[in-house]
Design a protein around this ligand. Structure first.
Ligand SMILES: Nc1ncnc2c1ncn2[C@@H]1O[C@H](COP(=O)(O)OP(=O)(O)OP(=O)(O)O)[C@@H](O)[C@H]1O
Ligand SMILES: *[C@@H]1O[C@H](CO)[C@@H](O)[C@H](O)[C@H]1NC(C)=O
Ligand SMILES: *[C@@H]1O[C@H](CO)[C@@H](O)[C@H](O)[C@H]1NC(C)=O
Ligand SMILES: *[C@@H]1O[C@H](CO)[C@@H](O)[C@H](O)[C@H]1NC(C)=O
Ligand SMILES: *[C@@H]1O[C@H](CO)[C@@H](O)[C@H](O)[C@H]1NC(C)=O
Length: 325
């Protein structure tokens, strides 16, 4: 189905709402709009809301098609609501929450979800002129923008499979202590997600958006976040729960982690070891430790160990598969 046709369908469902295409994936099209669906006082020329639209697919049987659209839209909305209901304190990550955009409205049969916009545009910190989603403050874009500043001699000394040497690691850390803290927080959030038996299903560095936010207090987390500026004032938000599902299986959680590992290796090959194996997985462990401490229940520590063991198996399987082709 052509993008024109999809846009026309969306315009019929959302008359008088200005729509700008942000991205078109296989399953959904994302629009931005300045109009709040039901609170006119929140509509202004510089407000941004996100509308995720799953159009009907002409190649699917119409009844089946309606069911699929309904289920996916309902699933994503329900998950977002569930996750939002967890973030009711001001020390939310430490208290087990997962940061996500708020759900503003949803139209299940028509496949529409309105979301809070999170992040800002990296080339335009004030967010006024250039609203270019290619430059959204996703983890990927943020890391790329910092990687560009790493001195060339460090880049040229790295090879893809390098375990980064201690001295190189030191220089990277000194540039990037904020990255370390951010990745630790992301690891904690993914642990929180898994502790609630939810698998994201599509974790990538584009599906994590960094939002400037100094209202949250980060305390009690056993990493060197001394103050907000230690993450550049950013907190990581997870987006795109279209493939998420409820599961308490160790295998599903390990695969969830493995997909992110592969995504990070392909988008940040030189630093993947630090980003993922060291910092993010340390955060993941911290998430389980915090839960264990809070509930005085060692079973969370054991769960974490089991998942990491399984992750090794999933990696082996992945390597075999890629060797066979
Ligand atoms: N709440 C939001 N705030 C800011 N940007 C968003 C938000 N939701 C989506 N986006 C932007 O739209 C893009 C696509 O969104 P999302 O991943 O939810 O849709 P999708 O169709 O499932 O995408 P894909 O098929 O590419 O995975 C994101 O990468 C991001 O740039
Ligand atoms: C919706 O969620 C349910 C329960 O988690 C799951 O069984 C089902 O496969 C999901 N459906 C879709 C279309 O994702
Ligand atoms: C994104 O921002 C960078 C500066 O941070 C700029 O050089 C680049 O042109 C921008 N890209 C787009 C697509 O706007
Ligand atoms: C806050 O973090 C900055 C990091 O640049 C550091 O210089 C400063 O000393 C910290 N402040 C406190 C009170 O810890
Ligand atoms: C510890 O947590 C697990 C679930 O993670 C639960 O099954 C078990 O009953 C808990 N144990 C105690 C003593 O509360």
């Amino acid at each position: 189905m052509s993008r024109d046709l999809i846009e026309r369908k969306a315009l019929l469902l959302l008359p008088h709402i200005p729509l700008l295409v942000v991205s078109q994936g296989a399953e959904a099209i994302i629009f931005q709009t300045s109009v709040h669906p039901y609170l006119p006082q929140l509509t202004s020329s510089d407000s941004i809301y996100i509308i995720k639209y799953r159009p009907s697919k002409p190649y699917r049987h119409p009844i089946l098609d309606k069911q699929i659209t309904k289920h996916r839209t309902l699933n994503e909305s329900k998950l977002l609501l569930k996750l939002l209901s967890l973030s009711n304190s001001n020390d939310i990550i430490n208290d087990g929450a997962v940061l996500t955009p708020s759900l503003i409205a949803t139209d299940i049969p028509n496949g529409l979800i309105w979301l809070q916009f999170v992040g800002h545009f990296l080339n335009d910190p004030d967010g006024v002129n250039q609203k270019n989603f290619n430059n959204i403050s996703s983890l990927k874009n943020y890391l790329w923008s910092i990687e560009k500043k790493i001195p060339l001699h460090i880049h040229s000394n790295l090879k893809e499979d390098d375990i980064i040497s201690q001295s190189l690691e030191k220089s990277i850390i000194s540039i990037n202590y904020k990255i370390k803290n951010l990745l630790t927080l992301i690891g904690i959030e993914i642990a929180n997600l898994h502790i609630f038996d939810i698998c994201h299903g599509d974790l990538t560095s584009s599906n994590i958006i960094l939002q400037k936010n100094s209202n949250y207090i980060l305390k009690g987390i056993n990493i060197d976040i001394e103050n907000d500026t230690d993450t550049d004032g950013y907190l990581p938000y997870l987006i795109d729960f279209g493939l998420s599902f409820q599961s308490n299986l160790i295998e599903d959680k390990a695969v969830d982690l493995y997909l992110l590992e592969k995504a990070i290796i392909s988008t940040h090959p030189l630093f993947a070891n630090n980003y993922y194996n060291v910092w993010l997985l340390n955060g993941y462990k911290t998430g389980y430790q915090l839960k264990s401490k809070k509930l005085n229940n060692k079973s969370y520590i054991n769960q974490h160990k089991t998942i990491i063991k399984r992750l090794d198996l999933v990696r082996l399987r992945g390597r075999k598969k890629s060797m066979i082709g």
